[in-house]
Every structure is written in C-alpha cells, then in structure tokens.
Design a protein around this ligand. Structure first.
Ligand SMILES: O=C[C@H](O)[C@H](O)[C@H](O)COP(=O)(O)O
Length: 277
C-alpha cells in the first residue's frame, strides 16, 4: 500500500531499514493456499506493523521518547534491533515508565532523562483512543504522567495504533478516561471529578491492581481514577482545564493537540497521517 508521507517529514530520509516483515503463521498458511487469499493479521501483528513503520523515522544521534504499552514495546524492540545491527547509532532513549526503562535496559538501549535531555527529537508511543483531530486518550496502562511529560518535550510525536483505537470522540467509547491523582483523600477527589461532568453521566472508579482489591499505584506513587462517560464530555479543552484545576489531580489522560503524526495499521495496511494534511 502506498504510504503518504507527511510534508514535514518528506525531506527526511527514513533510516535504512529492512522492508517491513511481520511473521504470521496465518500469513504463510494463506500464501500456500492461494497467492490472492487475504492475510489475516492478529491485533498484535498490526501493532507491530505500526511500530516498525514509526521506527523508520528514527535517525542516528536522536534523543528518543520511548513510549509504554503493548504497541510501543514493539518500537523499543525494533530500535534495539537496529542498534545491534549498526543501522542506528548514538541513540539516547527517554523512557516513559519503569516498565519501558526495564525493557530498554535489558536490550542495551542507552537511556537518559528530561533533566539531562530536556529536548526530545522524536517520541513514539501507542494510545487507547485517537479521534479524527488526533487527540488521544492515554494511560489505560497507568503511565500517562511520564508519557505526557516526555511527549510534550518532543519536537515530533508519532502515535502508533491498530485501527481498533480510532474513535469519533475521545472519551466517548464507553471506556476509561484515566486521571492520575494523589492518594490523599482520593474519594473526595473522585467525587469532585464526577461532579465536574454530572451532565455527561460521569462515573469514576478507583483503579485496582489486576485481581486485587489494592489500589493501582503509578510509577509516581499516585492513584488512578478511571472516568466513564454516558454522554460526550463536550469541549475537550474546557474539560481538560476543569480537571487540571482540581486540587488533588496530578494529570489526566487526554493528550490534546500533541500528536504530530499518526500511524494506523489495519486490514488494508499501514496508513500515515500528518496533523496538517
Ligand atoms: O499507560 C499506557 C499508555 O498510555 C499506552 O500507550 C496506552 O495505554 C496504549 O497501550 P497499548 O499499546 O498496550 O494498547
């Protein structure tokens, strides 16, 4: 499938990488059955395709924001692979979570932080929801605060998703919009959040560790309240400002006007959209 490269990246040569190869048992089975049979890729294979395409924009010498989650993990793997092959050199990674830091350390990717590298050349990360304006919901893995700090410090931010993440309105999918809060009097903060969006039928839930009744603790020692909306939350910027004005709130998972490029992998291949096209 033809990829429409965004104009601001057009003058930049993607790093010399092998053509995208996604190993898929179903792919080889289909190939032997018929050369025209459709190839059914799993969701994880789609995530890998989007991640590999994003890594084509990584160049030697870059300071890179390393995202968190099952999609970003493929990008980190690929960056490490290209470093090992000598196709990328002098990369400095800024991880967006302890999990990504551990993955990068295990793969030998040199790491730093925003104190030492306050300007990041390029960040690559997944998302939970993406609307047509490339506004995002992030943080269902709990890493929204560090992700937002690193991605806000990035000159370019490529979002990588499989097509299941595309929505008409963020926060409107019936799934969680996470808000990181301080643990102090969390029930009070939860109520205040619900009250902000009463008209949208907002219900907040304290996130727990999986199969546990213990509160989930973020890398920053905070709690997460997941907000669920029955109706559209309305103006996103106003919603963002209102949430951030509440004492007790640290950050929320709406990433408004931050992504510069979106890479989506789906049934019909990989498509790339620039914010301004
Ligand atoms: O906190 C988690 C991050 O925001 C992830 O980037 C997001 O949840 C998407 O994760 P995944 O690629 O696993 O769907």
């Amino acid at each position: 499938m033809a990829i429409a490269y965004p104009h601001y990246l057009a003058s930049e040569k993607p790093a010399a990488v092998e053509p995208l190869m996604v190993s898929s048992p179903s792919a080889s089975a289909s190939a032997s059955a018929s050369s025209r049979a459709p190839v059914i890729l799993t969701q994880d294979e789609l995530k890998k395709m989007a991640a590999y395409k994003a890594v084509e924009f990584v160049q030697s010498g870059m300071v890179l924001g390393l995202g968190t989650g099952s999609t970003a993990k493929h990008a980190v793997d690929r960056i490490a692979e290209l470093l090992k092959q000598g196709k990328l050199k002098n990369i400095v990674g800024i991880p967006t979570s302890n999990m990504t830091r551990d993955q990068a350390v295990s793969l030998g990717i040199p790491l730093s932080d925003l104190d030492t590298h306050p300007i990041v050349d390029l960040a690559i990360d997944g998302a939970d929801e993406v609307d047509p304006e490339m506004n995002l919901v992030k943080g269902r893995g709990g890493s929204l605060l560090r992700e937002k700090m690193v991605e806000a410090a990035s000159k370019k931010f490529i979002v990588i998703v499989d097509e299941s993440k595309l929505v008409k309105h963020i926060g409107g999918s019936g799934l969680a919009m996470p808000v990181e809060i301080v643990p102090f009097c969390w029930k009070f903060t939860l109520k205040r959040l619900e009250m902000l969006f009463m008209e949208a039928g907002c219900v907040g839930k304290l996130r727990l560790f999986k199969d546990s009744d213990k509160p989930f603790i973020t890398d920053n020692g905070n709690y997460i309240i997941d907000l669920y909306f029955k109706k559209d939350m309305g103006d996103l910027k106003a919603a963002s400002d209102a949430i951030l004005r509440l004492a007790g709130v640290v950050e929320h998972g709406m990433f408004l006007d931050m992504a510069t490029t979106l890479i989506v992998a789906g049934e019909f291949g990989v498509t790339l959209k620039n914010k301004w096209t």
